[in-house]
Design a protein around this ligand. Sequence first.
Ligand code: NDP
Ligand code: CA
Length: 343
Amino acid sequence: GLRCLQLNSVSRVCSAPSDGAQHIRLLQWNILSQTLGQHNDGFVRCPDEALTWQHRRYLIVQEILQNQPDVVCLQEVDHFKFLQNVLGSQNYDGIFFPKPDSPCLYIEENNGPDGCAIFYKRDKLQLIGYDTRILEVWRVQSNQVAIAARLQLKATGREFCVCTTHLKARHGALLAKLRNEQGRDLIRFVKQFAGESPLLLCGDFNAEPIEPIYATILSCDLFKLGSAYADIKLERERERERERERADQEQLTASCDDPNELIAQSIKREPPYTTWKIREDGEECHTIDYVFYTPQQLKIKNCLEFPAGEQIGKNRAPCFEYPSDHFSLVCDFELLDEPLSED
Ligand code: NDP
Ligand code: CA
C-alpha cells in the first residue's frame, strides 16, 4: 500500500505530485540487485519466489511510479534496460553507470553488472549534462561509482544538480575509513561538477550516522550540506515548539555555530532505519541511506515515512511486499529564490 508523507498530518495518501514550479520530489532507493539478492545476499527468511525478478520488478516499478518523483536515484541496478523501457513509457529518461568490477559478474546467472542510475521526468526537466566517477581512495580507483547530473526546470529555466552513489559495503574500522575517503572524493567530484548550483546528493552510503563520513559530508568546506530526513524532523519539532509558544527553543535549535554540535543534532534526528534485513548471521536494522542537500538553496518540505516494523513483517525485507532490503527515501524540496542568510 501507499506510505504517507509527513504532511502536517493532512492525509495518509501521498498521491499529490510536487507540481509547483519550484518543487522537486526526489526518490532515493537501493533497489537490491537481482543477481545479488537472489544468489549472494543470503536472505534466509525471504521465500525464494519473492526474490524472483518476475515478482520483484513490478513492485519496484510500482514503488517508483506511485510516488511520482521528479528525480529517481537508484543503486544496485542490474536491469537498467527494463527500467528504461518501463519508466521510459511513463515520462522518465535515465542514465546508468555500472560498477567497474561488479560482484554480479562473478555469479553465473547474472544480468550484467550492477550500478547507479538517475531517472528524471522528461516533461518537467531537461538534462543539461552529466558526469560519472569511479571513486578514488588514496588516488586509486575503487569499485564504487557516482553519477552527477545537471537538470533544468523547464517551467522556470532554473538549474540544480543531483548526484548519487553507492559506497563500499561491510563493517569494520578500515572499511569505515575507506568509505570516508570515498566520501571525500565524492565531494570533490560533485563540487567540480555542480559549482554553486543547488545540489541533491543521495545514495546508499553504507555508513551509519556515527561513521566519519557522515561528519565529513556535513562539515565539508566545499559545500554547506544538510540531511533531509534529519532536518525535516528538526522542522517539525520547531513547529510543535512554536505551537506550544514555549520560549526555550535553545535545546531544539540547530542554528548554532559549533559544527560538531550541528552534526550531533543531525545524527540524533536521522530515522531509526533505512534498511532492515535478516541474513544467516542475524538481523540488521540501521540507517545507511541519505539525501543530503544544500539548505541555503533548497528547503526540505516533506519526507516519506518508512514502513513500521509490523508493516514490514517478522521476516523483514526483502519479502513478498517489499522487493528490496532498503526502503525508498522520498523528499519534497522547494527551490529557494534567494540564498538564506546565515542564521
Ligand atoms: P561491496 O563490499 O561494496 O558489496 C557488494 C554488494 O554486497 C553490495 O551491493 C552490498 O549491498 C552487498 N552486501 C553487503 N553486505 C553483505 C553481506 N553480508 N552478504 C552479502 N552481500 C552483502 O563490494 P565491492 O563492489 O567492493 O565488490 C566486491 C569485490 O569482490 C569486487 O571487486 C568483486 O570483483 C570481487 N570479487 C568477487 C568474487 C566473487 O566470487 N564474489 C570473486 C573475485 C572478486 P549493500 O550495499 O546493500 O549493503
Ligand atoms: Ca545490497
